[in-house]
Ligand binder design. Structure first.
Ligand SMILES: *Cc1c(COP(=O)(O)O)cnc(C)c1O
Length: 468
């Protein structure tokens, strides 16, 4: 999202449909309202509605958007509940004790789902999304490191955080905002995410933690959390340095518990001290809700937890925001209640089946090489086959857009900047029928792409957008 600046056209006006004036003899508009300045007076609600509604008509069709991880469809009942809660402020825990209670139940359900050794002892909170959750988790890691190094902090040492170069941008934000050195393990050959050994080698006594991503945004692969923990166990045995692990499960923490039950990535690993997820990704809730959980109160330094009494009550909170909508938390509770484990399993399995089937169909076209196959996150990345010279992934992305499909193309980070890929994110609501249509459209484009004299897309950045 750009940081907006006024566009320097203060006198531009919204186009006025003569109907708006006719239809409302009392408040009817005769003068078009300005675009970039607050209008001098009020408009009739019907006209204001129509103006805003019409402008939004040009937003994309979310069902054809294969770039985003974020939920684009919920049941009407969820929408009704969210409407009923739109005036509820999550921070007013005393005013809205039932909303606060539903949040508490969601945390308890997640602690159980992620196998906290003592779910009653786990602590957690809702957030606006994984980004805020990661900031909170990172702050807890930094504060725990500072406590361990109380004698030297803050003057002598600079804290660092170890992670793969493929981490989501929120971790770069965390490191910049909180002045922590980002130690990034580069990609290497066909390894597109964190390597346990390389991670352990980057750690020292000023490492506040290692971030392992369950579900890389670049290719949908799971990072080997258990192996990362094992490498850090070995490091501790060798050097005495004890480095906690945070699992960024923005997507995978709501996928793996249901369809990869044998994969041990969560609080079953003693070194995993905190986990986050995005309720609005595979948690199946509209944006924005996320969750952050710590194994026990010992992982969450109490000086980060605030109690305010000026809303009445004395509920402890850990958050960056103060006011925040309660509707998404209620919708999360609704979805947990509505689906249960079996329901989530069915939804995620169906989505994975669609992803795997689509990946196979694309592979069968013969022009592409799959990097991942949709068998971890229901997400896969693919690139052109080595012998393909006539077109590149940016051409494919641009041409698919003509048919209404948003499939982003982007270049990988260090050390694989030579590699550009397309990525498909399958979500609930993207059905086999839609996937078949995508393959048909792609198949129909192939003869033209193959007949190109060479890659045609000049402005690769503009051709496509990489959506985390
Ligand atoms: C999406 C994502 C984030 C950021 O999550 P938001 O909920 O969009 O703030 C962080 N980490 C990973 C791995 C992600 O996929």
């Amino acid at each position: 999202m750009p940081l907006h600046q006024p566009q320097g056209e203060p006198d531009r006006r919204l186009a006025l449909n003569p109907f708006f004036g006719e239809a409302d003899p009392v408040g009817g508009m005769t003068e078009a309202p300005p675009k970039h300045r607050l209008p001098a007076g009020p408009l009739p609600p019907s006209s204001a509605y129509q103006l805003v509604h019409d402008e939004l008509m040009l937003d994309g069709n979310s069902r054809l958007n294969l770039a985003t991880f974020v939920t684009t469809w919920m049941e009407p009942q969820a929408g009704v509940l969210m409407g009923e809660c739109r005036d509820k402020n999550m921070i007013d825990k005393d005013e809205y004790p039932r909303t606060a209670e539903l949040e508490r139940r969601c945390v308890a359900m997640l602690a159980d789902l992620w196998n906290a050794p003592d779910p009653a002892a786990a602590v957690g909170c809702s957030t606006t999304g994984s980004s805020e959750a990661c900031m909170l988790a990172g702050m807890a890691l930094k504060r725990r490191w500072a406590r361990r190094h109380r004698d030297r902090y803050p003057a002598a040492a600079r804290p660092n955080l170890v992670m793969g170069v493929n981490v989501q941008v929120c971790w770069e934000k965390f490191c910049t905002f909180w002045e922590v050195e980002a130690r990034l393990v580069p990609m290497e050959g066909d390894r597109f995410h964190l390597d346990p050994q390389a991670a352990a080698e980057l750690c020292d006594e000023n490492t506040i933690g290692v971030v392992a991503v369950l579900g890389s945004t670049f290719d949908g692969s799971y990072e080997p959390v258990a192996e990362v923990c094992a490498a850090l166990d070995a490091l501790q045995e060798r050097t005495g340095i004890d480095v906690p692990v945070h699992v960024d499960g923005a997507s995978g923490a709501m996928v793996a518990p249901f369809i990869d039950e044998d994969l041990v990535w969560d609080f079953r690993l003693p070194r995993v001290s905190s986990i986050n997820t995005s309720g609005h990704k595979y948690g199946l809730v509209y944006p924005g809700v996320g969750w952050a959980l710590w194994r026990s109160p010992a992982e969450l330094p109490e000086e980060l937890v605030f109690r305010v009494n000026y809303l009445g009550g004395d509920m402890p909170t850990f958050a960056l925001n103060f006011s925040r909508p309660g509707a998404q938390v209620v919708a999360q509770y609704y979805t947990f209640l509505r689906l249960g484990r079996a329901g989530y399993r069915a939804v995620q399995q169906t989505t994975r089946d669609v992803a795997r089937g689509l990946a196979e169909h694309i592979e069968a076209l013969g022009d592409f090489r799959l990097l991942t196959r949709g068998d971890e996150l229901p997400v896969f990345a693919f690139t052109t086959a080595p012998e393909v010279r006539n077109f590149d992934v940016f051409d494919v992305s641009r041409r698919l857009r003509e048919r209404g499909w948003l499939v982003p193309a982007y270049t990988f980070p260090a050390n694989r900047q030579d590699l550009s890929v397309l990525r498909v994110v399958c979500r609930n609501g993207f059905s086999t029928d839609l996937a078949d249509l995508l393959v048909e459209d792609l198949g129909r484009l192939m003869p033209e792409l193959r007949a190109q004299p060479g890659p045609l897309t000049q402005d690769k950045e503009a051709a496509t957008a990489f959506h985390h």
